[in-house]
Design a protein around this ligand. Structure first.
Ligand code: NAD
Length: 515
């Protein structure tokens, strides 16, 4: 039996003991996961530096903080999420207990990607643990140093219930042949299709967190300076290797030069203006960071500590090839030996150009010219539904029109990426950008079975009899329709309150008039 088969078998055996069901157990495991992050912070940061040239600061901000937040939320809300959820009843079931009971699915396979290797691998694990499942975790082999650190999870979590399997494509393929109760995959749409195909053999449900091209429309009537600052931050973070990074800009030709100019200024002056730093560390730290980073930063992003690298030479070559045939407006420098590509903007890019045929997933930002909002909407709708759609405009009407006439996993107006930080928003794609969602309670629900429960007593058979006889009179038919009608108890309560209030008012008025 292979290592992968053994891991799945052990996880299933552990799940069948039932010990992952009590909430105390789940909370303990979540706390242990948090302890892992705390105690292994240095190892994680140094692995991340080796894999993606990330600084300890960037790792803390973009990998650790969010994960810790998700764990804290799950621990504090678990009792509420796992509790029975009462539903509206009809008259036939008015005296019964009718509710939804979330229950664990079983063994969940989590396949992670390499760009934010901790976040995209361990955040689904938070949901799996919270929902009471066993899990087999397969970190991406591409971020191999971080994958190695994740092997240490067995020292913190129940090692039978939560298995970490490292390895490459071959190992993932062996895993995909096994029977799971859910597969949670993060990665490209191409491999997403293979995952779904493998899952179909066992009728296993899947969550697919995929990618694609996320458009960014800049309305000519907006503060272009601010828009470009936020786009620069969202695009070039992690060297453009962010699934929700703006992939390309759509704007009118009249503002193209200004957009290029403003992005150029942002790249040179304040590369690392960090909205999340502001949110999480407070304005004082933000100002200090800003002053220091201005000093550190030069016109040469290659020597700037916070500028990342492309994950490997394969991706480096792929990204560089995408720029062929397009006009470079900013950047364009590269160094294959270091997997370095400068923050780059391409101007007057045509829809048929190479760079517009696939997700860029690198620091290349094409500008495609459109003739206003209507054409931008048409451009977006002619392509696959994106994971994120960005719009910069000072007009609420324009933003609303974009929302109502397009579809995407998420829509953010006047900023980039920040929707990822809100646990109450479901994170996921639609169509080609993914299926299913997670974060906060959505992770819990995604990895639970929402079981319908109806508990009836054995009395009141007289009422029940109305349902049974096959021969039906007109009176019985109406009685049945009435009985099966949904009862909105809150509405009835409201009606009763209004009636009581009216009766009280009538009584007071009558007394007053008599006097
Ligand atoms: P990757 O190469 O690390 O692949 C992801 C996983 O798939 C790995 O664990 C790998 O072992 C497995 N895999 C690869 N090829 C396989 C095959 N032929 N058969 C079976 N398993 C295979 O990551 P990637 O695909 O390069 O990731 C980048 C993509 O992920 C981008 O498209 C990006 O947008 C997307 N992404 C999406 C999200 C999201 O939350 N929606 C987050 C991060 C990345």
């Amino acid at each position: 039996m292979s290592r992968e088969q053994q891991a799945v078998q052990q996880a299933r055996k552990a799940f069948l003991t039932g010990r992952s069901k009590p909430l105390d157990y789940r909370i303990k495991q979540l706390q242990n996961l948090k302890r892992f992050i705390k105690e292994k912070t240095t190892d994680i940061a140094s692995a991340m530096r080796k894999d993606l040239h990330k600084t300890a600061n960037a790792t803390h901000l973009f990998e650790i903080l969010g994960l810790e937040g998700e764990i804290n939320l799950a621990v504090s809300k678990l009792a509420e999420w796992a509790a029975p959820r009462p539903v509206n009843k009809n008259l036939v079931t008015i005296a019964d207990d009718v509710y939804i009971q979330p229950e664990p699915l079983g063994v969940v396979l989590i396949i992670g990607a390499w760009n934010y290797p901790i976040t995209v691998t361990l955040q689904p694990l938070v949901g799996a643990i919270a929902a009471g499942n066993a899990a087999v975790v397969k970190p991406s082999e591409v971020s191999s140093h971080t994958a190695k650190v994740m092997e240490l999870l067995s020292l913190y979590l129940d090692p039978e219930m939560y298995q970490v399997v490292t390895g490459g494509v071959a190992e993932t393929q062996v895993l995909l042949k096994q029977r799971f109760d859910h597969i949670f995959y993060t990665g490209s749409s191409t491999v997403g299709k293979l995952v779904m195909e493998a899952a179909a053999h066992h009728l296993t449900p899947v969550t697919l967190e995929l990618g694609g091209k996320s458009p960014c429309y800049i309305d000519k009537n907006c503060d272009i300076r601010i828009a470009c600052r936020r786009i620069t931050w969202g695009k070039y973070m992690n060297c453009g290797q962010t699934c929700i990074a703006p992939d390309y800009i759509l704007c009118e030709s009249s503002i193209q030069d200004k957009v290029i100019n403003e992005i150029q200024k942002c790249i040179q002056v304040c590369f690392y203006v960090d909205a999340i730093a502001l949110l999480t560390m407070g304005p004082f730290v933000f100002i200090v960071l800003f002053i220091f980073l201005q000093e550190f930063y030069t016109n040469d992003p290659k020597s700037f500590a916070d500028y990342g690298r492309i994950i490997n030479q394969r991706h480096f070559k792929r990204i560089m090839a995408l720029t062929e045939g397009s006009t470079v407006a900013i950047g364009g420098d590269s160094d294959e030996s270091e997997c370095y590509i400068a923050p780059t903007v391409l101007r007057d890019v045509t829809p048929g150009s190479k760079v517009m045929q696939e997700e860029i997933f690198g620091p290349i930002l094409p500008i495609v010219i459109v003739n206003g909002l209507k054409e931008a909407i048409q451009f977006i709708n002619e392509r696959e539904k994106p994971l994120a759609l960005y719009i910069f405009s000072s007009s609420k009407k324009v933003i609303k029109q974009m929302i109502s006439e397009t579809s995407s996993g998420a829509l953010v107006a006047n900023d980039c990426l920040v929707h990822f930080t809100i646990s109450d928003l479901p994170f996921g794609g639609v169509g080609n950008s993914g299926t299913g969602c997670y974060h906060g309670k959505y992770s819990f629900d995604q990895l639970s079975h929402l079981r319908s429960c109806l508990i009836k007593k054995l009395n009141m058979e007289g009422v029940n009899q109305m349902r049974y006889p096959p021969h039906t009179t007109e009176k019985l038919r109406w009685a049945r329709v009435l009985l099966l009608k949904q009862v909105n108890l809150a509405r009835w309560r409201q009606v009763a309150q209004v009636a009581m209030f009216a009766a009280l008012a009538a009584f007071v008025v009558q007394r007053f008039l008599r006097q």
